[in-house]
Structure formats: C-alpha cells, structure tokens
Design a protein. Sequence first.
Length: 209
Amino acid sequence: MNFDQVISVFIGYLFGCFQTSYFVSKWVKKEDIRKLGSGNAGASNVTSELGWSYGIFTGIIDVLKAYIPVQIILFIFPQSSPDMDLILMALAGTGAILGHIYPFFMDFRGGKGIACYIGILLAFDWHIGLATIIILIVLTIITDYISIGSIVLYLAVPTLAYYTGDYPNIVIGCSLILLIVGLVKHRINIQRIMNGTEKGLRSVLRKEK
C-alpha cells in the first residue's frame, strides 16, 4: 500500500471509532449500550432500548461518520483516474467500518457496521445508497429481523462488485474483508434466529407503544 492508501484507511478508522451509540446511551441512561439489550453498540440496539428518536439519530451519525471521511479523502488526494478514486474511497470506507466495529478506546468491541456501510454506498453513488436503505427497510419488514437485511448487504456488495466488472480488485477485496467481518459479527444473530430468540422489529414496535 502506498502513502495515500494508508492515510485513507487511517482517517476512515479514526472517524469510525466515534461510537455514537455509546455516547447517546451514556447521556440518556448513564450506561454503556453494550450492557443493554443485545449488547451491540449500534443504532438497532439504541432503538430497541432507548426508542426510535435516539435510534434514528444514532443511525444518521453512523452513516455520516463513513460518508464524511470518504469525501475528505477525495479532497485531500485528488486522483488522475476514476479507478484510483474508487480505491481510496473503498479504503477510507473500510477503515470507517472497521473503526466502528473495532474501536480502540472500547476494547475493540463496537457495533456491526451497517449504518457505516450505507454511508459508504451513499458516498459512492447516492442512488445506490438510497436503494440500499429502501431494500433494508423492506427486508426488515418482511422478515421482522434487522439482521437479515444486514447480512444480505454484506453478501450482496462483493457479489455485485465482482460480477459487474466495474470495480478494481482492491475495492472487491475490501468488500470481501467486510463480508468476513460482517458474518463473524452476525453469527450470534444467526444463531438467535435459528433458535427463535432474536428480537424482531415487531417486538420493538410493541415496546414503543
């Protein structure tokens, strides 16, 4: 990796380490979000434990903390080719997701990176990002599980990136790394779904009422 690429990952990681769910939970309940509900430091657990308003706020900030570094990288390192732009954007975005999942100041125990992933896709192409949000919402409503849509997203991105043939190998490699990390982070959700113990969207809605 050259200097531009290393800095891209580093900047993305630092942005990703800002744990919105942790700070919101500390502010609202004076507790670590990882000790509440599912134990996940993400917007879905904030929604479940603190309500929709806090969950939506957390999700928006998590989207932005991946979207912003991708845009910053393009400003700092203007490239001479579209492929190099895509590579630096992918590296910055991957760094942001890894920072969200493995924040250094929280013993590397963070969230699952879906909101950050949406932020990356919005930075690449807002049409793709918006379509992803809609698909995730539809899948969540149909299956009742937020984690189903999340897993589908992690699987779909590298598959589409490979078969379209429009993306450099490094970009595909980044998406494969995120796929592996994403599946590892969701293994507990997969087990809970199979055991029938995963908390669904409808249970969260009933709790809100």
